[in-house]
Design a protein around this ligand. Structure first.
Ligand SMILES: O=P(O)(O)OC[C@H]1O[C@@H](O)[C@H](O)[C@@H](O)[C@@H]1O
Length: 301
């Protein structure tokens, strides 16, 4: 593991990028420039917060009851689901959403230009990862923190046989009140409804959740917006290299989660950039696959 002193010496940028101890001693990257601020946990390679300057509220929800403990996923921010999305596809009892969100990532690079910070994190196959998944891989996550937030997740097959992955950037967007948001851009698309045993449905109109919502949209568009009347802002999500958008809110099932307050379902909506289920990706030896997303926030009247 890279210790904080080494991380600060190799990658720190004075007051703008600092490596500090977070909750339960977990290493955290703190970014504060003229353009934006952010925190990223090396555990899970997980963005926990982001705010461009001028934004009143954070872009992301982070549960006050989040558990910062080896083997548990941190509830909030942008967890990485990889190398599978959802339940274990082989039904072997492995952890939901894969293991990338439950391991410590390495810092590979950090650059600062014109108040834009570019951080690259990495995760590679080890004896630990092979307990769950036998393949040789290299995963890279490039995070660009400026007036907007860009994430690129690249999977490289370093082994000698092809492998199949599903994946998601499981973003928990902070909202003022779930009943006052509209997710725009999915009208007319087919989706698999997890609350109805993954049956195929067709979206009619835009989405304002009013009950548990757990859907994998198929052939998703490159752009989706969240209009938040309570926080008076619009979040623009633009993705590439991803076939699906997942929309999730547990509604009152939040009370069954031990790392979230029962009423917190009102405070977030997950709109996830994904390649899931039938849109899993097969990567040949030596080849790689990239999924990218950009988040941009603007005020609305
Ligand atoms: O509690 P977890 O493992 O982080 O998963 C949260 C949710 O993640 C969503 O992506 C899934 O579609 C839901 O079915 C799941 O409940």
């Amino acid at each position: 593991m890279q210790d904080l002193e080494t991380l600060n010496r190799l990658f720190g940028k004075e007051a703008q990028v600092r490596f500090v101890e977070g909750q339960t001693g977990m290493p955290i990257i703190e970014v504060a420039t003229k353009k934006a601020s952010a925190t990223i946990a090396l555990y899970g390679g997980q963005i926990l917060s982001y705010k461009s300057n001028g934004m009143e509220h954070d872009l992301f929800y982070l549960s006050e009851k989040a558990i910062y403990q080896q083997g548990k996923a941190i509830r909030g921010g942008v967890p990485v689901c990889w190398p599978w999305f959802g339940e274990d596809p082989s039904k072997l009892g492995r952890q939901a959403h894969g293991f990338a969100r439950n391991l410590l990532w390495n810092v590979l690079d950090c650059q600062l230009h014109d108040d834009i910070v570019e951080i690259t994190l990495g995760l590679e196959s080890t004896a630990t990862s092979k307990q769950w998944w036998p393949n040789e891989f290299r995963l890279r996550k490039k995070i660009v923190i400026g007036e907007q937030l860009d994430i690129a997740l690249t999977t490289e097959n370093r082994g000698e046989i092809p492998f199949s992955i599903s994946k998601a950037l499981h973003s928990y967007f902070l909202v003022g009140d779930i009943s006052q948001i509209t997710v725009v851009g999915l009208d007319g698309l087919d989706y698999l409804d997890k609350t109805l045993d993954f049956s195929k449905q067709t979206q009619v109109g835009d989405i304002t959740p009013f009950a548990e919502t757990d859907r994998v949209y198929l052939a998703s568009p490159a752009r989706v917006d969240i209009i938040d009347e309570a926080l008076k802002r619009q979040i623009n999500i633009e993705q590439s290299g991803a076939e699906n958008i997942v929309v999730w809110n547990p509604w009152t099932r939040a009370s069954l989660l031990n790392d979230m307050d029962a009423s917190d379902y009102r405070k977030f909506i997950c709109v996830e950039t994904a390649n899931a289920i039938a849109n899993s990706v097969i990567i040949a030896p030596g080849a790689s696959h990239q999924m990218q997303v950009k988040y941009n926030v603007s005020s609305i009247a």
